[in-house]
Design a protein around this ligand. Structure first.
Ligand code: A3P
Length: 309
């Protein structure tokens, strides 16, 4: 993964209106990809012919380091239609500078409580070909790796905290979502996403930031889209999108039961239970205590916490 990330860092240039979906793995990336894609393109397709019916969300919204930068050629993404919707699991600190500094690109981050991330990752690992070889990979191993920070894309707490801090410092640039809140109020969170990615006056405090930005970013501060209109809300557009992106709908589609996201990684392993609190069925009290203690220590004073029941 490291060579892919280095290529990405060297080559990727953020462009007008880019929307970059970021997440720690197993935090709800697939769901957010579906939602963002459907919200952005809501005027362009009928629901009978929606692209999600025939295409896996990871193919509609590529994860840069898994696909585009997985080989080390020169990639020119400048001809992709705007707004480009792209994803990455890279921590905030390692994002290419152009994503962080150009005001025209937005970041939408989805986080999830660490206990459910561990369980989700353990199942994913069991079904993943690289892990499959280690048939004795237990949930204890997974908890241990997680607590030691030896996890894909780095320590979980640094990941969530990096984006959390960025969202506090630059609320117009980085939207921080929680899987648990999306489950509890999917309608409200989808509206929040739509307002965020389309907001026209997104650059509050613009003049104070301007001096720190590359010249090419100056004077490019207006977004053209709109949040859900009253009419869309009363016509049930939001509900249609939520239904299309629901776990039950996506999991049941032929395209997601078969096929592969990338070589040896099957589409179906991205859709499991989607429950908040499934950790209760898998983790022992001592595992929970260990994860909770590290979480408390690492996130103390940050203002960030996760609902864990
Ligand atoms: P579980 O393993 O707890 O079921 P990611 O997409 O970041 O890899 O995260 C995968 C997790 O999101 C899995 O959680 C999966 O079931 C859940 N998921 C996938 N699609 C979803 C959807 N449309 N709605 C809610 N959860 C979804």
């Amino acid at each position: 993964m490291i060579p892919n990330i280095i290529t990405l860092q060297k080559q990727f240039k953020a462009k007008d209106k880019d929307i970059i979906l970021t997440s720690f793995p197993k935090s709800g990336t697939t769901w957010l990809k579906s939602l963002l894609f459907s919200i952005l393109n809501r005027n362009q397709q009928s629901y009978d012919h929606h692209p999600l019916l025939t295409t896996n969300p990871h193919h509609l919204v590529p994860t840069l380091e898994f696909t585009i930068y997985a080989n080390h050629k020169i990639h020119d993404l400048s001809t992709m239609r705007s707004p480009r919707l792209l994803a990455t699991h890279i921590p905030y600190a390692s994002l290419p500078d152009s994503i962080k500094h150009c005001p025209e690109s937005k970041i939408v981050y989805v986080s999830r409580n660490p206990l459910d991330v561990i369980v989700s990752m353990w199942y994913f690992g069991k079904d993943h070909p690289d892990r499959n070889l280690q048939s004795n990979y237990t949930i204890e191993d997974c908890v241990d790796e997680f607590c030691r920070g030896e996890f894909v894309f780095g320590p979980y707490w640094d990941h969530v905290f990096g984006y959390w801090k960025a969202s506090l410092e630059r609320a117009e640039k980085v939207l921080f979502l929680k899987y648990e809140e999306m489950k509890e109020d999917t309608f409200g969170q989808a509206k929040r996403v739509a307002e965020f990615i389309h907001r026209a006056d997104h650059w509050a405090g613009w003049s104070s930031y301007k001096a720190f930005l590359p010249v090419q970013c100056h004077n490019r501060v207006s977004f053209t889209g709109l949040p859900f209109s009253q009419e869309e809300e009363s016509d049930g557009v939001v509900e249609q999108i939520l239904e299309m992106c629901s776990l039950s709908k996506l999991k049941d589609l032929d395209v997601n039961k078969h096929g592969q996201v990338r070589p040896n990684v099957e589409n179906k392993i991205y859709f499991r239970k989607g429950q908040v609190g499934d950790w209760m069925n898998h983790l022992t009290p001592s595992m929970v205590e260990r994860v909770s203690m590290v979480t408390k220590e690492k996130l103390s004073g940050s203002g960030l916490s996760f609902k864990m029941d």
